[in-house]
Design a binder for this molecule. Structure first.
Ligand code: PDD
Length: 275
């Protein structure tokens, strides 16, 4: 497998990250995960745009779009992976450890690809989730490498035998630890507005587009943990999880515990754009 680090495509077995890379000390960087389906990137431009925006949000202004594109295309071309997930991260650079930005530091790009399988079984059966307090910082719209809260909260789900932790600020649901959260109530699709409290998922945006095009009423409005408990349907979305139905929240069934009809319709619409 061929990967990329700081200017070079190299064999993945030879990948070594510089210990002074600021990602190591500070998580000082941003990242993206992009799906490749049947040899084609899915929502490529959206991911590249978000990466550049995330970088700008943390004052990495000198990231060239063409560099990002050529790394991503290079990884795709040099690896024979038809169905994969490509990871790319951009860090502030390599320098002696100091909190402030080091003078003259250059951004460092790292990227690799893994095979990925669509999670079809869980998409059919649905999953259970737990809820927990969202104590992250107030810039969750940046796809930052600082994921400690997300890691701790994903582990909470795994320990509880659940698939995801749905986070809330004082009872208002924001998003999952690595996904966006949706409910359906009285045929209205509801999800948190895209502001500083959530990552505006590319899958989230695709689902909203598909729903609107299919004449589903959509509300980008905050909903509560109680609304989630009492929802007709619920699901979460991400690049790797696609549209995953939630059938149980904190050990309580969502409605009758079956995958909802609108959720299934959106899954079918999503599938039909992949081929
Ligand atoms: N996670 N919210 C958070 C906090 C996320 O980390 C992610 C993605 C999403 C969904 O975004 P998208 O639909 O663009 O993948 C929402 C990625 C996949 C990850 O960290 O692996």
């Amino acid at each position: 497998k061929i990967s990329y680090y700081n200017g070079e495509f190299i064999n993945d077995d030879d990948m070594k990250v510089e210990y002074k890379d600021r990602a190591v000390y500070f998580g000082d960087g941003v990242y993206e995960v992009i799906r490749i389906y049947d040899g084609e990137f899915f929502t490529f431009d959206e991911h590249v745009d978000r990466l550049i925006n995330s970088a700008r949000e943390i004052d990495i202004d000198d990231l060239e779009r063409e560099d990002v594109v050529s790394v991503l295309q290079g990884i795709k071309e040099k690896n024979n992976i038809e169905n994969g997930a490509l990871y790319i991260q951009v860090t502030r650079g390599i320098a002696v450890r100091n909190h402030n930005y080091p003078a003259g530091v250059e951004p460092v790009i790292m990227a690799y690809i893994n095979e990925a399988v669509r999670p079809l079984t869980q998409q059919e059966a649905g999953v259970n989730v737990v809820t927990s307090l969202d104590y992250r910082w107030l810039k969750c719209h940046i796809k930052s490498l600082n994921l400690l809260a997300n890691v701790l909260e994903k582990e909470r789900a795994v320990k509880a035998g659940a698939k995801e932790t749905i986070l809330h600020r004082e009872g208002t649901v924001t998003e999952g630890s690595s996904t966006n959260a949706f409910i359906v109530k009285d045929d209205v699709l509801i999800t948190h507005p895209a502001n500083n409290l959530i990552l505006n998922g590319i899958t989230r945006q695709e689902v909203l587009k598909l729903a609107k095009a299919d004449n589903v009423e959509v509300k980008e409005e905050a909903f509560s943990v109680d609304d989630l408990y009492e929802a007709d349907e619920a699901f979460f979305t991400s690049t790797t999880q696609e549209i995953t139905p939630i059938v149980q929240v904190d050990n309580k069934l969502v409605k009758d515990g079956e995958v909802g009809t609108l959720t299934k319709r959106l899954q079918n619409l999503f599938d039909s754009q992949l081929n």
